[in-house]
Design a protein around this ligand. Sequence first.
Ligand code: T3D
Length: 265
Amino acid sequence: MTEPVVLHDRRDGYCVVTLNRPHRLNAFTEELHLALAAAIDSCAADDDCRALIITGAGRGFCAGQDLADRDPTLLGDSPDLGMTLETYYNPLVLKLRNLGKPVICAVNGVAAGAGANIALACDVVLAARSATFIQAFSRIGLIPDAGGTWWLTQRLGEARAKALALTGDPLPAEQAAEWGLIWKAVDDHALMKEAETLAARLAAGPSRAYALTKKAIQAASRNALEDQLAMERELQREAGRSDDYKEGVAAFLEKRPADYRRKAG
Ligand code: T3D
């Protein structure tokens, strides 16, 4: 029996989605794209899944596009890579950003090309200390995609963005964390435990507020301060009408932990 290219586990309150082509460092094929999109959609539709962890099987997180599917002798002289971005990578980035639940990426090993940039599209990126982030595109004559030019420039500024993209040199996880590209580097053996502890904690939190927070922070880079303040006003209006807010304030006043997973009514 062939192994599924994506593993999807339900835990108490959250899901773990594992890219599962370890012999190719979990490089993307069409099959992997379709399976990953389906796993994220299933998490989106599942009210009991309140957070998502994405990780990779084996020693790598993801080596980007599977280059065996890009053999020039198969594709001819002018492949339309814009079409692949349009069909698979761009929708995947937007699916992760628009998912109204926290997405944690547990980067277990090398993250290269679109593999690095899909990791950076997640909300909280934890990486094993041995992991590296490689904008491998320039090594094969491409430009960073899957949001790479955006994440690098937004988080690191032009100087570091350009040097990483032009050289294709590996950025070690610890330096990525020091530079603010990711949240944290952790000891390899502790990665999944730390990701699962965080997922369980977020799964127990105020899910509506998390969704609205994600939306507001993602809008900040394109908004003037006045527009961002107006957006905060509208989203806070919505948060203030939620059961989670009622529960949060009641729990504070009653000096007890809030129970955001209770069923209303
Ligand atoms: O095409 C479009 O649709 C446009 C979109 C493009 C998005 C992109 O992601 S373009 C960038 C594609 N990715 C790369 O260029 C990275 C290629 N891989 C590497 O440079 C290296 O593998 C790594 C630096 C990631 C890791 O190096 P290392 O030495 O730790 O491992 P390795 O020995 O190179 O790889 C292990 C195996 O995985 C190996 O297979 P083998 O020899 O054991 O049978 C290797 O060929 C395979 N592998 C690794 N990356 C890919 C891959 N096979 C196919 N495609 C890969 N991307």
